[in-house]
Design a protein around this ligand. Structure first.
Ligand code: PLP
Length: 422
């Protein structure tokens, strides 16, 4: 009998015993094409350069607490990320995963305003149908009603404007651009309602992952968001934990929107699954407020900047950038989209095929004409996950959030090394 506490307590899971490129192999030797273990394994499961980097770093020095020492891989990784980062992002704060990155971003925004003498700024505005992690601060920012429900009494008060979700929420007759401007303007209305002097940050995913299934914003939406943030002195936090690190065809997903945030969160693809790591990037203006002010960011964890995790991520980012893999993700993503169109474009239960690069979503509906979702009690997403696993395919089906019109969807996020045949 297992003593592991699994997330799903009522299902038996195969045992992962090996990896071979785009495939995971279980203890019985069965191979699974990995098309989206939550968009982590961007380099597949047997990348020799990353494996070597981890081995070498463990042999050299596995751990040194960042309260006492920095490390060579952490320094080199920060340099490399900043070399490619959008806008004025200048400093990198390493953490162990996505929730830690978004949680740290919220705390940094708060401390920044304290340091610059605006202590009344305390509100975070985020979006409905979003996911920013499972720790209490990150969960408070997320707008996924189902994930929030049982912890609702413990969550920090944050407000949520509409997502930019063209397929389900744009009325017929309104142009995509006008729709994007209209829902972006909800941010301005919310800032004014709360009082501009009390709002510290707006947080959003450039391409919504887990909650909606690879939904990018329409053209012009994030430019308008940036304008509003600038107008009211509100920090823009972009959460690229899932959509970042090359998955959308650019190293950073916001490059596609032509917008740079004040704080950027990354994780999943940063360690590519070889080590647990995330990061929060911020501008020198934000970092400088602390450097020249109190001199201490009042937040942290034991394993921040872990040498082995940063060594793995350094090797990952070198693979991504030197191998031009984000561009490959863009090309292979177009092929995947065409293949999905050919196979399911006319399917009566497929409402929408969307996404960017190798970050694709399939929205499932009971009625294609009316876009009516399936009855949640049918458990469509769970059934697809099980059936796919039996066929040797790992994909990421999710139930609708039940707080909007969106229904079940399947997220597909294969490794960038995937080939045509696979
Ligand atoms: N932010 C986004 C956009 C995510 O998709 C996720 C995880 O799916 C997180 C944050 C939380 O990351 P983690 O599960 O590594 O804590």
């Amino acid at each position: 009998m297992s003593h592991v506490f699994p997330r799903h307590t009522k299902s038996e899971l195969p045992v992962a015993a090996g990896g071979d490129g785009a495939y995971l192999i279980d203890a019985d030797g069965k191979r699974y094409l990995d098309c989206g273990d939550a968009a982590v394994s961007c380099l597949g499961h047997s990348n020799p350069a990353v494996i070597r980097a981890v081995q070498q770093q463990v042999e050299q020095i596995a751990f040194a607490h960042t309260g006492f020492m920095t490390s060579e891989p952490a320094e080199a990784l920060a340099d490399l990320l900043i070399q490619h980062a959008p806008g004025d992002l200048d400093r990198v704060y390493f953490v162990s995963g996505g929730s830690e990155a978004t949680e740290a971003a919220i705390k940094l925004a708060r401390q920044y305003f304290l340091e610059i003498g605006q202590p009344e700024r305390r509100h975070v505005i985020a979006r409905k149908q979003s996911y920013h992690g499972n720790t209490l601060g990150a969960l408070s920012a997320g707008g996924n009603a189902w994930r929030r429900a049982q912890f609702a009494p413990m969550l920090i008060e944050m407000t949520h404007i509409s997502a930019c979700y063209e397929y389900a929420e744009k009325p017929e007759g309104e142009s995509s651009f006008d729709y994007g401007q209209r829902v972006a303007n909800e941010l301005e209305a919310e800032i004014l309602r709360l009082g501009p002097e009390t709002v510290m940050a707006f947080m959003a995913e450039p391409v919504v992952g887990a909650t909606l299934g690879a939904v990018p914003a329409v053209e012009g939406y994030f430019k308008r968001i940036r304008e509003i943030c600038d107008q009211y002195g509100v920090l823009l936090i972009l959460d690229e934990v899932m959509c970042g690190m090359g998955r959308t065809g650019h190293l950073f997903a916001c490059d596609h929107d032509g917008v740079a945030p004040d704080i950027l969160c990354i994780a999943k693809g940063l360690g590519a699954g070889y080590q647990p790591i995330g990061a929060m990037l911020c501008t020198d203006e934000i970092y400088g407020a602390i450097r020249d002010g109190s001199g201490f960011f009042q937040h942290g964890h034991t394993y921040i900047g872990h040498p082995v995790a940063t060594a793995a991520a350094l090797a990952v980012v070198r693979e991504l950038t030197e191998g031009d893999l984000p561009a490959r993700a863009g090309r292979m993503g177009s092929k995947l989209h065409s293949a999905l169109e050919a196979a399911f474009g006319q399917h009566p239960n497929v409402g929408d095929l969307r996404g960017r690069g190798l970050f694709r979503g399939v929205e499932l509906v009971a009625d294609r004409e009316t876009k009516t979702p399936f009855d949640p009690s049918l458990g469509i997403a769970g059934k697809i996950k099980k059936a796919a696993l039996a066929e040797g395919l790992i994909c990421y089906p999710m139930a609708g959030t039940r707080d909007g019109r969106n229904g079940d969807h399947i997220l597909l996020a294969p490794p960038f090394i995937i080939n045509d045949e696979q």
